[in-house]
Design a protein around this ligand. Structure first.
Ligand SMILES: [Cu+2]
Length: 157
């Protein structure tokens, strides 16, 4: 597993709180003001399964790119299999990640179980904790593809 920091935001005052999932594209923008979505809401920030985006995600070289808005973050990434799952029982970050700094954060080569088939419906759940101890949630829909897609994460965020 390898973590790469990209250029942090220079103007922190202009970004809203919490965090964004940039890749795989989040199910919907849970920071949008004209919705009932809330990142405080387990397990999917209140974003329904049918909402919005769906991204093909490679089994090999699985990556997640985030935009973190807090000065530090405890971070973990979970996986749920099946349509509209609420059971995110596969952890892709066996060790809790302690991320210092805000801005773009990318993690590559996540350890995905090798038994997952091509086209498997799945949802990736990204969970963060801040100093209050409460958790924030975001999800992305991601059917699997077994081939490595040559995606340059650093260029896509
Ligand atoms: Cu926040």
């Amino acid at each position: 597993m390898r973590a790469v920091f990209l250029i942090p935001f220079a103007v922190i005052g202009l970004v809203s709180a919490h965090f964004q999932v940039e890749y795989p594209v989040w199910r919907a923008d849970s920071l949008a003001e004209n919705t009932t979505y809330s990142q405080w809401d387990y397990p999917c920030a209140g974003v329904p399964y049918s909402a919005g985006n769906k991204t093909e995600w490679p089994i090999e070289g699985a990556s997640v790119a985030l935009d973190l808005h807090h000065p530090w973050t405890y971070l973990y990434i979970n996986l749920g299999l099946g349509e509209n799952t609420t059971n995110f029982n596969i952890s892709l970050t066996p060790q809790l990640l302690n991320v210092t700094g805000s801005g773009n954060f990318c993690i590559t080569d996540l350890p995905v179980p090798g038994t997952i088939a091509d086209g498997q419906a799945a949802t990736i759940q990204v969970v963060t904790n801040g100093e209050s101890g409460s958790a924030l949630y975001n999800v992305s829909r991601a059917p699997w593809r077994p081939v490595w897609n040559d995606i340059d994460i650093s260029a896509s965020v």
